[in-house]
Design a protein around this ligand. Structure first.
Ligand code: FAD
Length: 452
């Protein structure tokens, strides 16, 4: 009775906001411990610098490259250099070069896919690039480049305010949301995504149809004011859009909401030089858009379920850091998270998706569109934003793979590479900290509104 239908976002009495917040209070310390305090989960390998934006020309001035990212620089001359967007965007902390193909070739055949459950950890051996199979929601990389990945410290590069904004950021979000228009032509293999804006483009009408319906806004508002209301009671199921498309939209909108929450929570006050929460930022981007908050909670339920489902398969995974004590400690921390995520009844029912009506035929389309969203991250013109954009799209991709590519009852073991595992748990960490921040922001707004 407690399973959440994706149809109803986070639907029933078992999964009101307050239920998820309660779960989060239990799970967050374990997630923090895992992602901040183990080498395995605090370094991410990715190709951050060598890939060109595949969707539009970097030279046309409407791009997401670093020059565009700092296109506010003229207005920033009055503030110290260290506070400028270009500086805030820079990566910090240790990063190691990827060994490249020659070293990769020495890798033995057997553990090629980093099988979970086989007492062989991907991290025991040098990681291969480009190992997508047809079940992946990730992006096949360009085979020609020789060294593709760097290891980057996620702890030293927290997701927070960077000042990245303007046309470059707008184009990226616009392109991401345009992938939601399933009925429009699909570009499964990195063709152009077009350039119209969210506000004005063809995508806008679709979103308005789905989300900006006045009655729905009212319902969501009511829900936001009374977090103990359940989603089922709000009647959010009654949208005229098919389930899979709405889930796709909610995943990207929830990811966007989480990014906004972090940049508002860890915001640089350019007058005082202090990093602190910015309530105005929260009100403008989230509080006045309760459906965005609801999508973030939806993502939390989705990832909680994916992590709970993966839990039993991680019992035998070897976290080869080169030190048996560290391996054992890492495993204990992972299991603390998966047990926490499993401590509630199944809170998201993935078995309802891709089943009825046009559902089955949508699966490939859904996957290709999600891959396009991850490709668009190469168009993000701010290093830290691109880093976290890539981590999170890979994390959601891994979660979708666990949920939709592996049957609950099958013997089939989820194939996940180390990078997918790291992305999955760090994306979960993003959501746990967003939920925490949202609770904090809600308290601040209430305090502001309370009569003296
Ligand atoms: P934006 O957030 O750019 O939103 C554009 C439009 O999308 C809005 O006008 C609205 O119509 C719609 N929209 C907004 N939120 C949602 C939602 N949740 N659901 C549905 N529709 C929505 N900046 C940082 O400071 N730090 C970061 O780490 C960072 N990471 C980023 C990662 C990526 C992948 C991208 C593309 C951008 C990132 N940015 C980051 C920039 C940041 O997200 C905003 O683009 C920027 O702050 C400008 O904000 P904005 O007010 O113009 O609206």
């Amino acid at each position: 009775a407690c399973a959440i239908s994706p149809r109803a976002i986070v639907s029933d009495a078992c999964a009101s906001y307050s239920t998820l917040e309660k779960l989060n209070r239990r799970v967050k310390p374990a997630v923090d411990d895992l992602t901040k305090d183990t080498d395995f989960f605090s370094y991410y390998r990715l190709n951050l610098f060598n890939k060109k934006c595949p969707f539009w020309n970097d030279e046309n001035g409407m791009c997401g490259n670093i020059a565009c990212a700092v296109n506010t620089i003229d207005n920033e001359e009055d503030i110290p250099k260290i506070w400028r967007a270009s500086e805030l965007s820079k990566l910090q902390g240790p990063s190691a070069k990827h060994p490249g193909k020659t070293v990769q070739k020495e890798r033995p055949k057997k553990p090629l896919q980093g099988l979970l459950g086989e007492n062989v950890g991907e991290s025991c051996i040098v990681e291969y690039d480009d190992e997508c199979d047809e079940r992946d929601y990730c992006v096949p990389e360009d085979e020609s480049a020789s060294a593709k990945g760097d290891y980057v410290s996620l702890v030293h590069n927290p997701e927070r305010f960077t000042g990245y904004a303007g046309d470059g950021a707008k184009m990226v979000w616009d392109a991401i949301y345009r992938e939601n228009c399933f009925q429009k032509s699909s570009f499964p293999h990195s063709a152009s995504l077009g350039t119209s804006s969210i506000a004005d483009g063809p995508a806008a009408q679709d979103f308005r149809n789905v989300l900006q319906d006045a009655e729905r806004q009212q319902i969501v508002q009511q829900h936001s004011q009374n977090p103990s209301t359940t989603f089922a009671q709000t009647g959010l199921e009654n949208e005229g859009e098919c389930l899979e498309k709405r889930v796709f939209y909610r995943v990207i909108s929830g990811m966007h909401a989480s990014i906004s929450t972090h940049l508002c929570w860890d915001f640089l006050n350019q007058t005082t030089g202090q990093w602190q929460p910015n309530v105005g930022c929260y009100k403008g981007r989230l509080h006045t858009h309760p459906e965005r908050i609801s999508n973030l909670y939806f993502n939390y339920a989705l990832l909680t379920r994916a992590i709970a489902k993966l839990g039993p398969h991680l019992q035998d995974y070897t976290f080869c850091t080169g030190d048996p004590d560290q391996d054992a400690a890492t495993k204990a921390k992972v299991l603390a998270v998966t047990q926490g995520a499993s401590s509630v009844p199944q809170i998201f029912d993935e078995s309802l998706m891709f089943k009825n009506g046009e559902g089955p035929s949508l699966k490939e389309d859904f996957k290709n569109r999600f891959r396009n969203v991850s490709r668009v991250m190469d168009c993000v013109g701010c290093d830290k934003c691109r880093l976290w954009g890539k981590v999170q799209t890979a994390g959601y991709g891994a979660a979708l793979k666990v949920l939709f590519e592996f049957d609950n009852d099958s013997e089939d073991i989820p194939l996940l590479q180390r990078t997918e595992l790291v992305a999955l748990f760090n994306t979960y960490a993003r959501l746990t900290s967003s939920m925490d921040a949202l609770v904090g922001f809600r308290g601040m707004v209430e305090a502001e509104e309370r009569p003296n």
